[in-house]
Design a protein around this ligand. Structure first.
Ligand code: NAD
Length: 472
């Protein structure tokens, strides 16, 4: 059930009043909420798995691993590390400023809005919330209308575990989200596609609200022809099969040396057979496509490709099923290179050199992640320095998400703003600077007051004449 639009401003106002009341300030209170969130994921996991199976056909193991388990781990680790993160800092300053007590307070940004998508609805709603709770913010959560059973479930279970004065679920689609976006928030954390990101950013601009935009795009894979093609195929196919390719860091297309393309195609066929001996169409280990519209979009991309299908996936529109489909000899301008695929289709794009692969990547929007398979260290460094992407991963796919100590971000068209563990905490935290000038400092401040003596001007403008490193 959508949240009545007329009640949305009251929800924001109540969250703001809670923030002002100071309820969320004590570290122990925040830790309790984080542990409660972990308990919610643990205790309600059967309901969560059931809802995600109904909405997405998501395999239970995938939900337990990538959504429930990941959430519990991040919430517990964040609660444990929070006292360290939240410590007030006293930065090193020159001796003459020490008595001013320069201080860095870590303060919550305030009342925040978290808008999440349908593909990993659990982790993508709560991963940002963990940072917001840790930082001491109050928050409204807006889950996706494309996973209605799950979003409804959140409305029921969240208040049982988290303090409803501080955290509220708002359900609905465009009208409800538009109402939320009309209001002033102290931070907005949006995960989803870049078209809606532009709507969110425009709305935020009206209030000068700071933003994190966690978007997607076409994440390429480059394979060095000297690398073990069999292992590359296995690791790429595994990543591509997560949630039936509906993951922001899915390998989107593969740039492979022309003379290695057929070997790669054969390796994909072999590993597909090993993963799904009876095919993926009816496998409980393979997810469904989220909606009829997306199923149609994917089959239409396939019907228009000029490439050659080397792994033919079967489609069942009625059940929104689509098996992994691999297409070779895909060239610039092909339907499969138009937009983020976000489904189990993998185009192979033959290239004649590594430079051609780098040029291909650089001619497009900056991806969320660049994958490269190579054992050659200088080639890896060349990719680091000659390309741009949110992250760069060597010799595997998707697994980087489990390293929560590393910041996760996009760049350019794939978004901005950092998340995961302390990075999410930092996103929702303002560094509030302070100095406290002692009365006794007055004699040392004398030169700043007008009228200035010649000596005072000399002292006050000394930096203008300071020596600058002559050899650099
Ligand atoms: P979606 O359709 O569920 O939309 C995301 C949110 O935006 C929803 O809550 C929805 O209600 C809201 N929304 C939709 N239209 C709106 C409008 N006109 N005005 C205001 N709000 C609106 O999800 P999606 O965008 O299809 O998600 C998939 C995309 O998200 C892919 O591009 C994927 O790569 C990206 N993604 C990125 C990350 C990341 O962490 N970088 C993670 C997951 C998904």
């Amino acid at each position: 059930m959508p949240t009545p639009v007329s009640t949305i401003p009251n929800i924001r106002d109540a969250l703001r009043a809670t923030f002002r009341s100071g309820l969320t300030r004590p570290i122990a209170w925040r830790q309790h909420q984080l542990y409660q969130l972990a308990r919610m994921a643990q205790n309600e996991r059967e309901l969560i798995c059931g809802a995600l199976h109904k909405d997405l056909g998501k395999p239970k193991t995938e939900v337990l691993m990538a959504e429930v388990g990941a959430l519990i781990q991040i919430a517990v680790k964040s609660a444990e590390q929070l006292p360290e993160w939240a410590k007030t800092e006293y930065p090193e300053v020159p001796d003459w400023q020490k008595s001013w007590k320069p201080t860095l307070y870590k303060v919550p940004r305030g009342t925040v809005l978290i808008i999440s998508p349908w593909n990993y609805p659990m982790i993508l709603t709560f991963q940002p919330l963990i940072g917001a709770i840790a930082a001491g913010c109050t928050a409204a959560l807006k889950p996706s209308e494309l996973v209605p059973t799950f979003s409804q479930l959140l409305e029921e279970i969240v208040p049982k575990y988290l303090d409803p004065n501080a955290y509220q679920v708002v359900n609905g689609a465009v009208p409800e989200t538009s109402k939320l976006l009309e209001l002033q928030w102290d931070h907005i954390f949006y995960t989803g596609n870049s078209r809606v990101a532009r709507i969110v950013a425009s709305a935020a601009a009206k209030h000068l609200t700071p933003l994190a935009l966690e978007l997607g795009g076409k994440s390429p894979v480059i394979i060095d022809s000297a690398y073990d093609i069999d292992i590359a195929a296995k690791r790429i196919l595994w990543g591509k099969c997560r949630n039936a390719g509906q993951i922001c860091v899915a390998p989107d297309y593969v740039l492979v040396q022309r003379d290695k393309q057929d070997e790669l195609a054969k390796a994909f066929q072999k590993h597909y057979k090993a993963f799904f001996p009876d095919g993926a169409l009816d496998s409980p280990l393979f997810g469904s496509i989220v909606s009829e519209l997306h199923h149609k979009r994917l089959t239409s991309l396939l019907s228009r490709t000029k490439g050659e299908i080397v792994l033919q996936g079967r489609a069942d529109a009625a059940r929104r099923r689509l098996e992994p489909t691999i297409v070779k000899d895909v060239a610039d301008g092909d339907s499969l290179l138009e937009e983020e695929i976000f489904g189990p289709i993998l185009p192979l794009v033959p290239v004649d050199s590594l430079q051609q692969a780098i040029d291909f990547v650089n001619a497009r929007s900056h991806p969320l992640v660049l994958y490269a398979f190579s054992d050659n260290e200088s080639l890896k460094q060349q990719l680091v320095s000659e390309t741009q992407s949110g992250g760069i991963v060597f010799n595997d796919t998707v697994q980087q998400l489990s390293v929560t100590e590393l910041p996760f971000t996009g760049v350019g068209e794939s978004g901005y703003g950092y998340q995961f563990m302390k990075h999410t905490y930092d996103t929702f935290t303002q560094l509030r600077s302070s100095i406290d000038m002692p009365t006794e400092a007055e004699p040392y401040l004398a030169s700043r007051y007008p009228p200035y003596s010649e000596e005072a001007v000399k002292a006050l403008t000394a930096a203008v004449y300071m020596p600058i490193q002559p050899s650099l």
